[in-house]
Design a protein around this ligand. Structure first.
Ligand SMILES: CC(C)(COP(=O)(O)OP(=O)(O)OC[C@H]1O[C@@H](n2cnc3c(N)ncnc32)[C@H](O)[C@@H]1OP(=O)(O)O)[C@@H](O)C(=O)NCCC(=O)NCCS
Length: 271
């Protein structure tokens, strides 16, 4: 059995391995080992998953201010592709939360692509983090293998690590999927088996709304980039529209039998 450790990373060799994972994930290292050294020493964190002493996943976070409060800004997290979906991402977030609590930090913030359903599953439904802002083309055009030339839209998440909501989510508390809720978008599968929107409603006013997003965004960006671009713009329009009307993202449902193998965001507006 391989030996798996999740812990703070401390030395230059480990930081170099994080650069290697960045190159595998995005195509180039966006954060150098020098920046990691400074962040790890002066208030930020580097956390890694090591399999038989080799770093296969990492989190890089620096000290920041969000809405006037001290926070950890978790600028990067990646797990090597062949090690994904084994809970390594979740376990690194658990270690980060513990370290942050010990340092008196109450929020860990980061951004993620709203169309990456794996990230939405981990961040929103498992960790209980809440998207607070939708930022269109957040980082401008940057050479990311994952983006494949699309505008870099992002949710800005606030993970309020000491709240009851988060504690319940971490215990496995999950909201059941209600397939009867009104849907903002109706989709159909195209000839390649990818979903595409066939209608979008921007005049709904119910308290809870479902927004469907694709399950396999990476495959779509490789095999059907015009459709992926359309999803980017349509999802942006939907989320910006309903956020401006007072809705917020309350949950995310990953593909499961109750959702018919599809993914949905739950938007909610207070009564
Ligand atoms: C995001 C990332 C770090 C997650 O790491 P990970 O180790 O795979 O995460 P976990 O295994 O803890 O959690 C993944 C969850 O997504 C689920 N999942 C997998 N594919 C999915 C999909 N297509 N749609 C929805 N959920 C999916 C997994 O089943 C798992 O949920 P579960 O624990 O309930 O089974 C990793 O996927 C990655 O490196 N992605 C590329 C870089 C990136 O996007 N980084 C984050 C933004 S900076």
């Amino acid at each position: 059995m391989p030996r798996v450790e999740v812990r703070l990373l401390k030395n230059l060799d480990e930081f170099h391995q994080c650069e290697r994972i960045q190159t595998l994930t995005w195509g180039a290292p966006g954060v150098t080992s020098e920046a990691m050294t400074a962040a790890a020493k002066y208030g930020g964190v580097l956390i890694g998953t090591l399999v038989d002493s080799k770093v296969v996943g990492f989190i890089f976070a620096f000290l920041a201010q969000y809405h006037g409060h001290l926070a950890h800004w978790s600028h990067m997290m990646a797990v090597e592709a062949k090690y994904r979906d084994r809970g390594f991402g979740f376990n690194m977030k658990m270690v980060h939360r513990q370290v942050a609590i010990e340092r008196g930090i109450k929020s860990i913030c980061w951004t993620f692509d709203p169309l990456q359903s794996r990230n939405a599953r981990l961040n929103i439904s498992r960790l209980g983090a809440i998207p607070e802002e939708y930022v269109a083309d957040c980082y401008g055009r940057f050479p990311s293998l994952l983006e494949n030339g699309l505008p870099s839209d992002r949710w800005v998440l606030n993970w309020k690590i000491s709240t009851t909501r988060v504690a319940l989510r971490l215990k496995g508390d999950a909201r059941p999927f209600d397939q009867g809720l009104p849907r903002v978008n109706e989709t159909k599968l195209n000839f390649q088996g990818f979903p595409q929107n066939r209608s979008i409603k921007l005049d709904l006013a119910h308290h809870n709304l479902l927004v469907e997003t694709p399950v396999q965004t990476d495959a779509m960006r490789t095999k059907a980039i015009p459709l992926a671009r359309r999803w980017r713009l349509e999802a942006r329009r939907i989320f910006q529209h309903y956020l401006a009307k007072g809705y917020h993202v309350d949950d995310f449902f990953p593909p499961q039998s109750s959702t018919g193998g599809r993914c949905f965001y739950l938007l909610r507006r207070q009564a």
